[in-house]
Design a protein around this ligand. Structure first.
Ligand SMILES: NC(=O)c1ccc[n+]([C@@H]2O[C@H](COP(=O)([O-])OP(=O)(O)OC[C@H]3O[C@@H](n4cnc5c(N)ncnc54)[C@H](O)[C@@H]3O)[C@@H](O)[C@H]2O)c1
Length: 514
């Protein structure tokens, strides 16, 4: 993986074309701030300008940069006016290595002919006026490349040469794990660059995603599907995993006359697979479903096993079903663009799998820290395959959580949930809370000290916290568990750690726990 690359420059300098080519050549991903804004707003830029004015659009640009901040391995093409706001210039430099694309005015005048698409250009003289007005605003770039006389390919080569960029890409062969649930068996395909493997020629397809994931990956998924494929973009975030959003999706399916034989594809993290899975399970009592998880947590956990759901005001995942997809596609290349925070959320769950079921996975996590943190697809492929296999074995025995077998997946989550509740779901990410939860649960059941230290070291090596916040006392933990109804008749059922790869479900007395 390498630093992000940010392309800035006046309209018509070729940021989109060159950005796409550069990303392809370096095996990075491409995103355009304008496209991200259009997907978030559900309307085109011209309409945004006409209805809400330039100031509103500039605010959206600022938000787009906040959304992109933290992502990795991307080439970003920005809107020409994004640099007007001096704070954006600082933001852009923090996001990646900034390159200014430039061109001489007559060339720009020749290129900017599509008046309809450019809300600030009504006639040729506007180009010159705006060009002069913006002069100097792009000067904060690390390098400037003139595109007047060079082909896009030559510009790409010049950028690669000047910045000494290298493509670091390790192809991996495709693997397949079969999930054997009682209700259905289905393949989980794991590979690199496989977003386009879907071929759904006969029935109709709708892809459900969010603005950020769509801006990064939708085009690739749509490329392999037929022209009648539709897509729906829902807002990003846990707070939209609601019945209200589900209703919007039902409406869309209804209006487009979707039938049970038609296909719904979820493209995104656990929020998307949960809500899309729920809608697929319930619309007309179940339409076809394929998950394309794009977060590490989604690939090793959320998209596997058929559990779906939405939140209500009373709690998370209170409404949902068990409904297995017919296929899951895990493209490891999507993991390279995740922010560190989201990547670590996945790592915490992977450590959990190792602790509950696999000393071998624990060893892999210990021996390959550098490669894993660099998101090497070769090692990630091994890890995702192992996690999917473990989850598949658990699902095979207890698809609908009737036998408590599936409960071992909650290891670290009981106390993790307490941490999230007591810190208002703000201070720690889910993965961080689970990391602290796992250590605390081992400690509470007096796990072997040497093992405990070994596990702590592993989590710390991945940048995950292992010490409970000072302010959380035993009394607080008990209060949260009671409110959460996990404690019943002074007893609680939870996974108890025995050794790496071994946990038991045990009913424990609260006194023993706290
Ligand atoms: N059904 C299950 O069995 C199960 C299991 C675990 C978790 N979950 C659910 O999963 C959800 C959490 O999932 P999550 O951690 O994937 O969070 P998420 O879906 O909210 O995604 C996290 C963020 O990453 C962004 N993102 C997604 N893919 C990206 C990519 N390739 N590059 C850059 N950014 C990307 C998203 O836009 C989002 O902002 C919760 O709602 C949880 O309840 C369900």
């Amino acid at each position: 993986m390498q630093d992000n690359i940010v392309l800035i420059g006046f309209m018509g300098t070729g940021k989109d074309t060159i950005g796409r080519m550069l990303a392809r050549k370096l095996k990075m991903e491409f995103i355009s701030t304008d496209n991200l804004i259009e997907l978030s707003e559900g309307r085109c830029i011209k309409e945004i300008f006409e209805r809400d004015g330039e100031a509103y659009f500039r605010k959206l640009e600022e938000n787009a940069l906040k959304t992109i901040k933290g992502l990795k391995n991307i080439v970003i093409a920005t809107g020409g006016g994004i640099v007007i706001n001096p704070e954006n210039r600082i933001r852009l430099r923090k996001i990646g290595r900034v390159i200014q694309l430039d061109a001489e005015l007559p060339a720009l005048k020749r290129r900017i002919i599509t008046r309809d698409k450019r809300p600030l250009i009504r006639n040729q003289s506007d180009i010159e006026t705006l060009y002069r007005k913006r002069s100097g605003m792009y000067d904060f770039a690390e390098i400037r490349v003139n595109t007047t006389r060079n082909s896009p390919q030559m510009v790409v080569d010049e950028i690669i040469h000047t910045l000494m960029l290298q493509r670091n890409y390790i192809p991996v062969s495709r693997t397949k794990v079969l999930v054997r649930a009682k209700s259905r068996s289905y393949p989980v395909i794991i590979g690199v660059g496989i977003l386009d493997i879907l071929r759904n020629r006969n029935s109709r397809t709708v892809v459900v995603s969010n603005p950020l994931v769509s801006a990064l990956y939708l085009e690739k998924v749509l490329a392999s599907l037929n022209n009648h494929t539709k897509y729906v973009v829902i807002p990003d975030g846990e707070k939209y995993k609601t019945l209200k959003t589900a209703e919007l999706l039902y409406d869309f399916l209804q209006k487009n006359n979707f039938q049970r034989s038609d296909l719904l594809v979820s493209l995104g993290g656990g929020v998307i697979s949960d809500i899309a899975g729920f809608v697929a399970a319930t619309f007309k009592r179940g339409i076809r479903l394929i998950h394309i998880p794009t977060t590490l947590l989604g690939q090793v956990d959320a998209a596997i096993g058929g559990k779906n759901g939405v939140n209500t005001d009373n709690g998370k995942n209170l409404i949902g079903t068990f409904y297995q997809p017919e296929m899951v596609i895990c493209d490891l290349k999507t993991i390279t663009t995740l922010s560190d925070k989201e990547f670590k959320n996945g790592i915490a769950e992977i450590v959990k799998y190792a602790l509950i079921k696999s000393p071998e996975l624990f060893r892999i996590l210990k021996d390959n820290i550098k490669a894993i943190k660099k998101r090497d697809p070769g090692i990630l492929s091994v890890i995702v395959e192992k996690c999917v296999t473990i989850k598949s074995e658990i699902i095979n025995k207890d698809e609908t959580e009737r036998l408590n077998t599936r409960q071992i997946l909650n290891f670290g989550h009981t106390i993790g949930h307490v941490v999230e509740t007591l810190t208002g779901y703000k201070k720690y990410s889910h993965g961080e809370a689970v990391s602290m939860g796992m250590i605390e649960e081992i400690r509470l059941f007096r796990g072997n000290e040497q093992r405990l230290n070994e596990i702590k070291r592993l989590l710390e090596n991945y940048g995950l916290p292992v010490k409970m916040p000072e302010k959380i006392k035993s009394r607080d933990i008990k209060m949260v568990l009671i409110q959460d109804k996990k404690i019943w008749q002074n007893r609680i059922r939870m996974p108890v750690f025995k050794d790496i790869g071994r946990v038991h479900i045990k009913e424990v007395l609260c006194e023993d726990l706290l």
